[in-house]
Every structure is written in structure tokens, then in C-alpha cells.
Design a protein around this ligand. Structure first.
Ligand code: AQP
Length: 332
């Protein structure tokens, strides 16, 4: 059976980008067609300046939101990364497989290290190495497919390279995974800066739709989305990124096609209004279910405990095999 792994970082409140780029497919498709594991990858939230209490709070919130969005613990495994030691164990072996040159080429490292320095902060070594930890997250489970948004393409490529290199040097150990992306909205852009990705850790939230935003807030953010001074509604991601982003959102929320939708609208105003309504309706059930689940933290804890147990059982034999393959003496 196909095995799927993917995750979200508790670096902020989950966004519409997370939902459309990744989570919705996990819920609607992946958990039904494959042996699927989904993780709140909390260790990745420690690569930049962080507040411990906030990371803990956001980790629980992310898990609750994934359940609210429709992950079914009877159909998939949901767990917190730091509850399963195999990720960190395997990460070290993969650090011994990767080179510093290939990690320094990672776009996210380049961008975030510049941001940290600009803010007068030092750059944590883990910011450089976290794509290796992400490779470990994926490879520890013999993963075939990694459903992610477009921004993760480079990291999954690195994961593939490391798997192939390890297999060539030490004998076949890892499945070489591939990324899968949604057809529409694989890269949701910030509503205030449609040339940048909508990212949950960005400081200015006015261009970001959070899954827990109330209807009025979602409407306001979409209605104030930056477009351009043109008038015709055209789908042109390069020339008209703001309008294209709205068409992507509308298409993703209603199951349409962004190019075809462009022909339906005469004005930006009507496109914004319909998009705002569609996004509100898309997120309403998630927000409602979240409120119910948040009132029952014991249930969420139990799901995460069971999930960690299952994840550990799946990962341990494979990681043990990697330890032997690379030349480490098994404990007697
Ligand atoms: N804007 C987006 N459009 C489509 N997919 C997206 N994803 C994230 N943003 C978008 C996908 O959601 C999954 C989880 O993302 P993440 O938690 O790894 O990253 P993030 O939400 O982008 O959070 P940050 O902290 O703001 O990340 P950086 O700044 O590192 O990008 C992934 O599958 C991702 O592709």
C-alpha cells in the first residue's frame, strides 16, 4: 500500500495556504487511499527565535485543527514529531550523508538567515540543517508520497537525493519519495503582497487568512486584497499576481478552474466578494468543529498518544536498519 507522510510546523496559526496547499488533500483524499501519517513537526519550530509556551500552545492547536479539518484517527496516524525519537536519530545519519554546500543552497535558509540577521538575531545552526531533519521525517516511514505545497519542492528534492546517496553507499535502505501537489492553489499568495507566499510566520497578518479567523475578518482581508490598477479580470500569475491569487482561491474553494473563472467576472469587486463568501463557507465547518474539539483536550491528547505509538512502531525497524547499514555496532 502507498505510504504518505506530511506535516505542519507550529510556527504560527494555520493558514488558508496550509489548508489548500496540503491539509485539504490529506483530509479528502490521502487518508482514504493510502497508509497516511501526518505530523505536527514541532522540532522545526525551534530553528528561529521562539517562545517555548507559544510553540507548545500552537502544537496543540495545530493538532486540534487537523482533526477539525477532518483527519480521522481511525484512518490515519496523527502525532507530534518530538514524541517519536526516530526522527532525530535518523536525522544525524542523514547529516552524515548531506553536504554543507547543498544545505546552503536551500532557498528557505537563504531567506530566513537574511531575515534573522536583519532583525539583529543570530542564525541558529538548526536553520541550516532542518531540511535534513525533514528528510528524516519522510524517510523514517518508507514514504512513497509527500503531499505538500509548492514551497516545499526543493526540500523534497533534497530528501530524494539523500535517499539515493544513502542507498548507493550503504545498500538499499530507503524508499525514494516523490512530492505531490494540488492542481489549484499549490502556492497561495499573501493578499497584501501577492508576490510572496502566504506564510503563517509572517509578521503582518493582514494579508493572511487564518483558519480560525471569523467570517467578518476573512471578508475584510479578502475585500482589501491588493490587486492592480487594471480593470479586466485575467488569469496572469506573472503580470497580475493579485487577481490570479483571488482566482486561484475562488477556484480552489468552489472546485472550478481559475482560467475559466476569469471569463465569468467583469470587475475585481465582484470577484473579491464571491471569493470572500466562498472562503468563509469553506472554513466555517473547520472553525465550528475546532471549537468543539478545543473543549475536549483530553481527546486530542489521546489521539496524539496513540499516533506516536503507531508512528514509533512503523519508524523504528527502518531506522534501526539504517543504523546497521551505515556501520554502527548494534547494541548487544
Ligand atoms: N501559501 C501556501 N500555499 C500553498 N501551500 C502552502 N503551505 C504553506 N504555505 C502555503 C503548505 O502547507 C504545509 C505546511 O506548511 P509549513 O507549516 O511547513 O510552512 P508555512 O505554513 O509556510 O509556515 P512558515 O513558518 O511561515 O514557513 P516558511 O516561512 O518556512 O515557509 C506544507 O506542505 C506547505 O507546502
Amino acid at each position: 500500500m502507498t505510504r504518505i507522510f506530511s506535516g505542519v510546523k507550529p510556527t504560527g496559526h494555520l493558514t488558508l495556504g496550509n489548508y489548500l496547499g496540503a491539509v485539504r488533500r490529506w483530509v479528502e483524499v490521502d487518508q482514504y487511499r493510502a497508509e497516511a501519517l501526518f505530523s505536527v513537526v514541532d522540532l522545526h519550530a525551534l530553528t528561529v527565535e521562539h517562545d517555548p509556551a507559544r510553540v507548545r500552545r500552537l502544537s496543540r492547536q495545530a493538532a486540534t485543527l487537523l482533526l477539525a479539518a477532518g483527519l480521522d484517527p481511525k484512518r490515519c496516524t496523527l502525532f507530534v514529531q518530538s514524541h517519536v525519537d526516530e526522527h532525530a536519530r535518523l536525522s544525524y545519519l542523514l547529516e552524515c550523508t548531506a553536504t554543507d554546500g547543498e544545505l546552503r543552497r536551500m532557498i528557505q535558509y537563504k531567506e530566513k538567515s537574511v531575515q534573522a540577521r536583519a532583525a539583529g538575531q543570530s542564525v541558529r545552526l538548526s536553520l541550516l540543517t532542518y531540511p535534513v531533519l525533514m528528510a528524516a521525517d519522510i524517510l523514517a516511514y518508507g514514504t512513497d508520497e509527500v503531499p505538500v505545497g509548492e514551497d516545499q519542492t526543493q526540500h523534497v528534492e533534497l530528501t530524494r537525493d539523500l535517499a539515493v546517496r544513502f542507498n548507493q553507499r550503504y545498500g538499499h535502505t530507503f524508499t525514494v519519495p516523490r512530492a505531490t501537489r494540488p492542481e489549484v492553489a499549490a502556492r497561495v499568495m499573501d493578499l497584501q503582497d501577492p508576490t510572496s507566499k502566504m506564510g503563517k510566520s509572517h509578521a503582518n497578518g493582514s494579508g493572511i487568512v487564518y483558519l480560525l479567523d471569523d467570517a467578518e475578518t476573512v471578508r475584510r482581508k479578502v475585500m482589501r486584497a491588493v490587486t492592480d490598477s487594471g480593470r479586466d479580470v485575467e488569469y496572469d500569475r506573472e503580470g497580475r499576481p493579485g487577481v490570479a491569487n483571488l482566482l486561484d482561491l475562488m477556484a480552489a474553494a468552489t472546485g472550478g478552474n481559475p482560467e475559466a473563472l476569469a471569463g465569468v467576472y467583469q470587475t475585481y469587486g465582484s470577484l473579491k466578494k464571491d471569493t470572500a463568501d466562498a472562503v468563509v463557507e469553506l472554513l466555517r465547518p473547520v472553525r465550528e468543529r475546532h471549537a468543539e474539539l478545543a473543549a475536549d483536550p483530553g481527546y486530542v491528547d489521546q489521539v496524539l498518544r496513540d499516533g506516536a505509538l503507531r508512528a514509533r512502531e512503523t519508524a523504528r525497524p527502518l531506522v534501526d536498519r539504517a543504523y546497521r547499514a551505515i556501520g554502527l555496532l548494534p547494541a548487544g
